[in-house]
Ligand binder design. Sequence first.
Ligand code: 13P
Ligand code: 13P
Ligand code: MG
Ligand code: MG
Ligand code: MG
Ligand code: MG
Length: 383
Amino acid sequence: MKTTISVIKADIGSLAGHHVVHPDTMAAANKVLAEAKKQNIIIDYYVTNVGDDLELIMTHNRGELDTKVHETAWEAFKEATKVAKDLGLYAAGQDLLSDTFSGNLKGMGPGIAEMEIEERPAEPFVVFMADKTEPGAFNYPQYKMFADPFNTAGLVIDPTMHEGFKFEVLDVFEGESVILNSPEEIYDILGLIGTPSKYVIRRVYRKADNNIGAVTSIERLNLIAGKYVGKDDPVMIIRVQHGFPALGEALEAFSFPYLVPGWMRGSHYGPIMPVSQRDARATRFDGPPRLIGLGFNVKNGRLVGPTDLFDDPAFDETRRLAEDIADYMRRHGPFMPHRLEPSEMEYTTLPLITEKLKPRFKKESDVTKAKRSIYENTSQGTD
Ligand code: 13P
Ligand code: 13P
Ligand code: MG
Ligand code: MG
Ligand code: MG
Ligand code: MG
């Protein structure tokens, strides 16, 4: 029987600003999932958080986009929101953009990454979860893991990986996707995914047998809500070992703290910093954007683990570099390229400024005329 891993997340409110999920809200979500497990809706689950995002990791046999599983997640978020409201937490219910559940959670606000798999004899996988960034932030590491032999030695050494991988790339504005082959089409792949605000790697498949290796949440809240409602802090599931990247190859992709959008008010670029669960709290300038990685095995749907993968001095240098980059970027203040480009600021309150100042803008030709007449008057006066 096939196993489905469903990672569904939402920001339902947080303690002391967009900082961290409150333990009581996690307990409320936990209770709903425990009940769903008792009723055999799900086989197993793990509730966690990265910053202000509540993360539900669930396993079951019901396939992707299953109504009962999604309804369970919805119920968990609703119950957690009730607690958040009761405690007066900040931005309670932030990512729940709709009141009525109908069928599944697509387009309702929560981020969703699901994969249905035939379990291998040993089925290790990693759930990566980030705060203060967006789905396209996982383009870079997925490329490193599945297409770059300087990151992933297995692409050269492992015969089952040697043929390469297929990338399903989604245009989030048009709602269309394309499948591209690596290594043959890597320049085309990079041509698209180098614009991560528009093109997001949705799934990666092993070319040899079309087995799925990666899936990422693709929900962009502002495209759903039409206005800024927080960032779309993403999640990603990566299968590792046995014809997929080794665990260490998957983690190696995060050894460089590359720049991602989503820091402070969702409006700034900053370095992504891999941290332990303990440090998964947004602080400096509401960040820097943080990433956790939890390693599991799944056996007949039962979750074994997790292990906290970035709780490791091997990533101290990455974090130190991230801090240096954070200093450097911060010194730009409100200037690009620290602040996002205008097209990405469309959903914030920035357009209100240009709207307000519109009547005071004068045509350049009129300005020149006005200046000339001032000059003429002055020269008359001094004669
Ligand atoms: P071990 O001998 O520790 O199992 O090493 C396996 C390996 O090559 C991991 O990259
Ligand atoms: P969240 O999406 O994490 O709530 O981000 C809000 C924000 O931009 C805080 O600066
Ligand atoms: Mg928040
Ligand atoms: Mg968040
Ligand atoms: Mg968010
Ligand atoms: Mg070993």
